[in-house]
Design a protein around this ligand. Structure first.
Ligand SMILES: Cc1cc2nc3c(=O)[nH]c(=O)nc-3n(C[C@H](O)[C@H](O)[C@H](O)COP(=O)(O)O)c2cc1C
Ligand code: SF4
Length: 507
C-alpha cells in the first residue's frame, strides 16, 4: 500500500507500452507515467525526506498539503495554538530549529496575553550584551560527596525512550546528535543496545522494574550484569525509574511479537517471549530499600552518579523519603521529576489523563520538601514534561529544577509529525516503529544533525533569555522571575503563589 502510486504508474506504463504495439501510436498517458515512475524510483532511494522515501510519489502530497495547510487551517479549522498534545506553533519551532532555518516569527505573539494561565518572564533594564550572554556556560555538575565520577550535564538532554519504543535508526540519530552537541541521551527502560554505543554519545542508563540489561533469569536484578554495563565508558549516570508521568504506577508488557532478536539482546531476555515489567521494583523493599539500592548501584558502577525518576504522587511519601535521606545520610545524586503531561509509547488513557501530578506542581512540592529538609543543595533536580523551548527550560529552572529533559521535542527533531501511531508499529516517519521498511526512511546521517541543531538552538535561546533578564547563569533564576496571569486582571509571580520554603525549616 505504501507504494501504490509507484505501482500504479508502472502498471499504466506497461499497459500503454503494450498498446503501443497494437495501435502503433503513443497515448498522452505514456508521457505522464514514465516520468512519474522515474520520480518514484528516485523518491525511494533519496535520503533527505523520510516520508517521500517510505511513500514514493504519494509522500510528496504531504509537502503540498504542508504548504496549503496553514491557510486552510487558519481560515476553516482552528488556530495554530490549538493542536494537541503539542500545538502547531511549538512543533514548528522544533522543526525550524532542527533544520536550522528561520528562527523568528512575524507580526507579534499569537498567544492571548490576558488569558488566565498565560506565563512570562520580565526583562531587565540592564540586559547583557551578546558577547557576555555568549560566554554563559550552562552545564551543571551532577554527583554528591559519595560520587567518584561526577558528570557535567547539559541544561537540556534527551529523555528516556527505549530501543523498542523507538527504532534503531532513531536511537542512532539521537545518540549521534548527543555526541555532536555534547549532551546526554537517556536509554529508557529498554537498556543499552548496540545502537546506543555506535557513536559514543553520553548515556544515562535507566533501570526500570524489568531490569533490562541487568536482569537475572527469574526477572530480578543481577549485580554482575549491572556492573559490567555500568562500567562502559559511554555510561555517565544511572537512573532508577520508579514511575513516569504518562503512566505512573503502571507496569509494562513487552509482547512476544515485539520481542525481536535485536531487542531481546539489548534487554538480556529470551527472544519471542512475553516479558513483563511490574509496577514496582523487586530488587528492594520500600523507600528505605531504595536508598540502600542507590548506594549499591553507585558502588557497582565505580562511583557514577545514581538518581531516581518519578512522577510525584502522594506528597507525604516524598516527605517520608526526605526524612529517610537525612536519617540514613543517603542522598541520590539527582532526582528526575516527570509530569503527568509527559509522553509515552503506549499507556492506558486513564493513566495518561488522570493519574499523577503535573510537572509544575510536582516540581514545586519536591523542591520545597528538599529545601525544608535541608537537602536541596545535595541533589540535582532534572525535569521533564512538555519542555520544548528556551522559555520552558527557564520556567522549570525558576521553579526549582537544575536541568531539563525532552522526549517528544527530540522526536519532533527526528521528523515525527505527531501522527499519533507510536503504539501501532506504523509510525510513518520511522521514529517509533520496528517495521524495517519504515525505519529505513529515517536516515541517521541527516537526522542526527537536526537533533544537535534543535538542542543547540534551544540552549542558545536559554542564554538569550538570561541575557535579556540580566542574569549570567540559570542558577540565579528563582520563582520571582516567572509571572502567571491568575485572572484577566491579576498576575502573580510564582514566588507569590508558592513562596520558597526556608532551607532546613523542618529539621
Ligand atoms: C515514545 C516514548 C517512550 C518513552 N519511554 C520511556 C521509558 O522507557 N522510560 C521512562 O522513564 N520514560 C519514558 N518515556 C517518557 C519520557 O522519558 C518523558 O518522561 C516524558 O515523555 C515527558 O517528556 P516530553 O513531554 O518531553 O515527552 C517515553 C516517552 C515517549 C514519548
Ligand atoms: S510520527 Fe506519529 S507515530 Fe511516529 S513518532 Fe511521531 S507521533 Fe509517533
Amino acid at each position: 500500500m505504501r507504494r501504490q502510486f509507484l505501482t500504479a504508474s508502472l502498471i499504466i506504463f506497461m499497459v500503454q507500452f503494450g498498446l503501443l504495439f497494437v495501435t502503433q501510436s503513443m497515448n498522452w498517458l505514456f508521457f505522464i507515467t514514465v516520468p512519474l515512475f522515474i520520480l518514484g524510483v528516485y523518491d525511494m532511494f533519496q535520503h533527505h525526506h523520510t516520508i517521500i522515501a517510505n511513500y514514493p510519489i504519494g509522500g510528496r502530497l504531504r509537502y503540498v498539503m504542508e504548504v496549503l495547510r496553514p491557510k486552510i487551517y487558519q481560515y476553516f479549522i482552528e488556530s495554530d495554538t490549538d493542536g494537541t498534545p503539542i500545538s502547531r506553533i511549538y512543533r514548528s519551532v522544533v522543526y525550524q530549529r532542527a533544520k536550522d532555518t528561520l528562527s523568528t516569527t512575524p507580526f507579534g505573539t499569537q498567544l492571548d496575553v490576558y488569558e488566565t494561565g498565560y506565563e512570562w518572564i520580565n526583562h531587565s533594564m540592564n540586559p547583557l550584551n551578546p558577547e557576555e550572554a555568549h560566554d554563559i556556560n550552562l552545564r551543571i555538575n551532577v554527583g554528591g560527596e559519595n560520587c567518584k565520577k561526577p558528570y557535567s550535564l547539559s541544561v537540556f538532554n534527551i529523555s528516556a525512550m527505549s530501543f523498542g519504543a523507538l527504532s534503531s535508526n532513531a536511537i542512532m540519530a539521537l545518540n549521534r546528535g548527543a555526541k555532536l552537541g555534547g549532551f546526554a541521551h537517556n536509554t529508557g527502560e529498554g537498556s543499552i543496545s548496540e545502537y546506543h554505543l555506535r557513536y559514543g554519545g553520553d548515556i544515562i542508563w535507566q533501570i526500570g522494574t524489568g531490569y533490562f540489561g541487568c536482569r537475572a533469569d527469574d526477572g530480578g536484578f543481577d549485580a554482575d550484569k549491572f556492573k559490567e554495563r555500568a562500567h562502559l565508558e559511554s555510561v555517565k549516570m544511572i537512573e532508577i525509574k520508579l514511575s513516569q508521568g504518562a503512566k505512573p504506577g503502571h507496569g509494562g508488557i513487552l509482547p512476544a511479537s515485539k520481542n525481536t532478536q535485536e531487542i531481546a539482546k539489548a534487554r538480556g531476555v529470551k527472544p519471542h517471549t512475553e516479558v513483563d515489567s511490574p509496577p514496582r521494583h523487586r530488587a528492594f523493599k520500600g523507600l528505605d530499600g531504595l536508598l540502600d539500592f542507590i548506594v549499591k548501584l553507585r558502588e557497582l558502577s565505580g562511583g557514577k552518579p545514581v538518581g531516581i525518576k518519578l512522577c510525584v504522587g502522594i506528597p507525604e511519601e516524598f516527605e517520608e523519603l526526605c526524612k529517610l535521606m537525612n536519617e540514613k545520610n543517603i542522598v541520590p545524586d539527582f532526582i528526575t521529576i516527570d509530569g503527568g503531561e509527559g509522553g509515552t509509547g503506549a499507556a492506558p488513557i486513564e493513566f495518561s489523563n488522570s493519574i499523577g501530578m503535573s510537572l509544575r506542581d510536582g516540581l514545586i512540592i519536591a523542591t520545597d520538601l528538599l529545601r525544608e529538609y535541608g537537602l536541596r543543595d545535595k541533589v540535582k533536580i532534572l525535569a521533564s514534561g512538555k519542555i520544548l523551548t528556551g522559555f520552558d527550560i527557564i520556567r522549570c529552572i525558576s521553579l526549582g529544577a537544575d536541568a531539563c529533559y525532552s522526549a517528544r521535542g527530540m522526536m519532533l527533531a527526528l521528523g515525527c509529525i505527531q501522527a499519533l501511531e507510536c503504539n501501532k508499529n506504523t509510525c510513518p516517519t520511522g521514529v517509533a516503529t520496528q517495521d524495517k521498511g519504515l525505519v529505513r526512511g529515517l536516515v541517521v546521517e541527516d537526522k542526527y544533525v537536526r537533533v544537535a541543531n534543535y538542542h543547540r538552538k534551544t540552549v542558545e535561546s536559554v542564554t538569550e533569555i538570561l541575557g535579556a533578564v540580566g542574569l549570567h547563569h540559570t542558577k540565579e533564576l528563582n520563582r520571582n522571575h516567572v509571572w502567571r496571569r491568575v485572572s484577566p486582571t491579576i498576575a502573580r509571580t510564582y514566588e507569590q503563589l508558592f513562596p520558597t520554603k526556608v532551607m532546613g525549616s523542618k529539621l
